[in-house]
Ligand binder design. Structure first.
Ligand code: HEM
Length: 495
């Protein structure tokens, strides 16, 4: 990379000035990098180029640039970084979010499309409707610890859909294993873009583990073992349940019964694809739901309006169902606004450019890692007037179809092109039913101190990939005795 000169003589996209050799390492940060990148875009424009030891990083800050490159030139913009530490040493190269552009990626995406495509989702609706009252019950039992039931819902739902596995407790082995691995991935292995010294100097991987400076090899060995455990254990659970004849219908059980995993490649693909869906769903779903909680305490007027709509359509004797969805336009708008305002994955996930490219007179070198600055897109004033405000009403204005499509945050929040999020239809159902049921039965508000004064939330964003709000103090209370009664009736049994 260091020696590559634009053959065309065209300049690379602008960006902050790099230092010799190390490049822009001092300009980067693992803390809310999207804010810094957005600041750069004010100075340098919609395409920004920086490098770290010659590894190019390109940030696309408008929807137009993302669509032009990641969508329309998808045949060269859909590879993934070839990361020595994350991919090879820690074994993540077989997870869907990391697989190189090629046959393995296509096979995995085909399997995920089968499980999570728009036509597959309605078959999970009754499952989701059954899970939701349990979530409400757990939340009511311990509202201060509201994150635990959200985590259990996000993980439990995918374990059920993917493996037919029912989570029985908050300290369930699979949930804990998944939490541990996701934390490793987001905050250790892939934090800071996943680039380790060994990615820049691959020869380092041949160092003996005992040598000073080779501690990363020992870490990688331990992390790899954990990740493989998470891939194998839930899959073996399905195989065992099928042998015993007690398997619940799931993505894995169906494909195993259809003999899709007969040969080694089929088995490998299914194992890793199932794991990719599971790991891909937890922090993302949690982030959206936590952003919803935050929005509700900060915008009580929006909560009241959605509750009024639900009361008038659903009544007070049952929970909302998917059949009610089309009659709840304000709730739909609120859902969209949580997706937009919360920006769960603000820099999306990097795509690797497979060939040199030229865009609007700028030279983008092969091998660059390209990030969609979803944060900036979802704060774009030309699409979302008063973008800094939480305003569900913005989606209710009558506009033509083209404008409505342009202003739909669902078109940006889940990434772009051939790597677009395969779980987007599932979460649009799972998070919607959760929000609808919560609003139907509970009031969420800021906590109050001993003097009855509301405590202003001090939100921190500590995760370097997901914009997940930190734990806050809030008041979560049932709206009425009747609401508690409905939840009790629906959970009158063991789970
Ligand atoms: C609100 C929730 C979610 C958000 C905001 C979200 C967002 C994203 C984004 C931005 C990407 C990167 C796309 C790109 O590279 O252009 C992605 C990829 C991915 N997501 Fe999601 N996601 C969510 C929920 C889910 C769920 C529920 C699942 C699984 C059931 C899932 C599975 C995946 C997988 C496997 C990938 C990697 C795809 C690939 O590289 O080919 N996501 N997601």
């Amino acid at each position: 990379y260091l020696t590559r000169k634009p053959s065309s003589g065209l300049p690379k996209p602008p960006g902050p000035k790099p230092l010799p050799l190390v490049g822009n390492i001092l300009n980067l940060t693992t803390h809310q990098l999207w804010l810094r990148v957005t600041d750069w875009s004010m100075t340098y424009g919609k395409v920004i180029y920086v490098h770290v030891f010659g590894q190019g990083l390109v940030f696309l800050s408008t929807a137009e640039a993302c669509i032009d490159l990641l969508d329309k030139r998808g045949s060269i913009y859909s590879d993934k970084p070839h990361l020595v530490m994350c991919g090879e040493l820690c074994g993540c190269e077989n997870m869907a979010a990391f697989t190189s552009y090629g046959d393995q990626m296509r096979r995995q995406r085909k399997l995920m499309q089968r499980a999570l495509g728009p036509t597959a989702i309605p078959k999970y609706h009754s499952l989701l409707e059954m899970e939701t009252p349990w979530f409400l019950k757990r939340l009511l039992e311990n509202p201060e610890d509201y994150i635990t039931p959200i985590r259990r819902y996000a993980g439990g739902m995918t374990l059920l859909v993917v493996y037919g596995y029912q989570v029985k407790s908050d300290d369930d082995t699979f949930l804990q294993l998944a939490d541990h691995c996701i934390d490793l991935l987001a905050n250790e292995i892939a934090s800071g873009g996943g680039i380790w010294p060994v990615d820049i100097f691959p020869a380092l991987r041949r160092l003996p583990e005992w040598m000073p400076g080779a501690g990363f090899l020992k870490k990688a060995r331990a992390w790899r073992a954990k990740i493989e455990e998470l891939v194998d254990k839930p899959y073996e659970f399905v195989q065992e349940s099928l042998r015993k004849g007690i398997a619940l219908p799931s993505f894995c059980s169906t494909l195993l019964e259809e003999n899709e995993a007969q040969d080694a490649q089929g088995d490998f693909d299914l194992r890793w694809t199932a794991n990719s869906m599971y790991t891909g769903s937890i922090d993302t779903t949690m982030t959206l739901v936590l952003q919803f909680f935050l929005a509700m305490i900060e915008h009580p007027e929006a909560m009241k309006k959605a509750q009024k709509e639900i009361d008038s359509v659903v009544g007070n004797d049952r929970l909302p169902t998917f059949a009610d969805r089309e009659n709840l336009p304000y709730l739909e708008a609120l859902f969209n606004e949580c997706l937009r305002y919360g920006v769960g994955v603000p820099l999306s996930l990097p795509h690797r450019l497979m060939e040199d490219d030229i865009y609007e007179g700028m030279f983008i070198p092969k091998g660059s890692l390209v990030f969609a600055n979803v944060w900036n897109i979802l704060r774009d004033e030309t699409m979302f007037k008063d973008a800094h405000l939480f305003k569900p009403e913005r989606y209710l204005e009558p506009v033509d179809e083209e404008t409505a499509k342009r202003r739909d945050p669902k078109n940006y929040s889940f990434g772009f092109g051939r790597r677009i999020c395969p779980g987007r239809y599932l979460v649009q159902s799972s998070a919607w039913i959760l929000m609808a049921s919560l609003l139907a039965t509970m009031d969420i508000s800021k906590a109050v101190d001993a003097n009855g004064k509301q405590i202003e939330p001090e939100v921190k964003y500590e995760n370097s990939i997901f914009r997940m709000p930190s734990k806050l103090q809030m008041n979560i209370k049932p709206r009425s005795e009747r609401a508690v009664g409905i939840i009790d009736e629906l959970t009158n049994g063991q789970q």
